[in-house]
Each structure stands twice: as structure tokens, then as C-alpha cells.
Design a protein around this ligand. Structure first.
Ligand code: FEO
Length: 172
């Protein structure tokens, strides 16, 4: 059985992942309203991925016979002044999530909960990718600056992103 401290921390992470999903859905809606269809697609997929992250944690809690508490999801921002601003907020947010995952790993290690530590390894790797993806897009947006053609090209590229379910949800 997981300690209460770990159960509470994992439940808080479920809420954080759902808040992330909500944030990216809001970015997707905002991008769509402003005519950036590719960016709207990119964030819509991010929205799905964050729900997957919450589901992975929920499945784990259930598999360990622990309670799942679905707390209210706090309000999110609804408008960004530019594509660059949205992706900068994305990177800042993902860095916070990385710190939260690191904290979960710390608790699991302190409690010598090897099963939970093992489950969390997927999230540790995922956060490297999450930060790298956001940074790569920021780098591209900074290169084109305010060029309309540049933004058009990047938007076309972001339209290519496709959803694929994460490994922990496909092997069940
Ligand atoms: Fe669930 Fe974007 O990390």
C-alpha cells in the first residue's frame, strides 16, 4: 500500500496534469481564433497528451487499490499576445511540471517505494521531451521574428503533428 503522503502527492499530480490539459486546450482555442490552425492542432494534441498523463497516474493509483480524488480544475488564461508568448508559457509551465515530477521521485525514494519510483521513470523521460519540444518551437519562432511568411511556414509545420497514445496506455 502506498503511504498517504505519496497518495496525496500522486492525486495532486493528477490535478496538475488536468490543469495542463486545460491550459493547452485554452491555447488551442486561442490559436484557432487567431487563424493559426497548425498551432491549434499542436496544442489540441498536447491537450490529449496531458489527459493521458493524468490517466496513467489514475490507472496506477487504482492498480495499487488507492483512492482517486478528482479535485476542481483551476481557471486558465485565455489569450496570448503571440505564438511566441504561448510557447514561452508552455516551456515555463513544463519546467514547473518537471519540478513536480522530481518531487514525486524524491518522495518515492525517501519511502523506498520502488514500484512507484519505477512508474515515475516514464514521466521523467517524458518531461525531457516536453521541454525540448517547447524549446525547439521557441527557437524557430525567434528565428522568424515577426515575419508573416515565417509564421505561416511554422504554422504549416505544427499542423503535421499527429497524436499517438503513450506506451503506458497501449500495453494494457
Ligand atoms: Fe504532463 Fe506536459 O507534462
Amino acid at each position: 500500500m502506498l503511504s498517504q503522503k505519496l497518495q496525496d502527492a500522486l492525486n495532486a499530480q493528477v490535478n496538475a496534469e488536468m490543469w495542463s490539459a486545460y491550459l493547452y486546450l485554452s491555447m488551442s482555442v486561442d490559436a484557432s481564433l487567431k487563424g493559426y490552425k497548425g498551432m491549434a492542432n499542436w496544442f489540441a494534441i498536447q491537450f490529449r497528451e496531458e489527459q493521458d498523463h493524468a490517466q496513467i497516474l489514475i490507472n496506477y493509483l487504482l492498480s495499487r487499490n488507492c483512492a482517486v480524488k478528482l479535485a476542481p480544475i483551476a481557471e486558465v488564461k485565455t489569450s496570448w499576445k503571440s505564438p511566441l508568448a504561448a510557447f514561452e508559457d508552455t516551456l515555463t509551465h513544463e519546467k514547473k511540471v518537471t519540478a513536480m515530477i522530481d518531487n514525486l521521485c524524491r518522495i518515492a525514494a525517501e519511502e523506498q517505494d520502488f514500484a512507484t519510483a519505477n512508474m515515475l521513470r516514464w514521466f521523467v523521460d517524458e518531461q525531457i521531451e516536453e521541454e525540448e519540444n517547447a524549446q525547439d518551437i521557441i527557437d524557430s519562432l525567434e528565428k522568424v521574428d515577426d515575419s508573416k511568411l515565417g509564421l505561416y511556414m511554422i504554422d504549416k509545420e505544427l499542423a503535421q503533428r499527429v497524436y499517438s497514445a503513450p506506451a503506458p496506455l497501449t500495453k494494457e
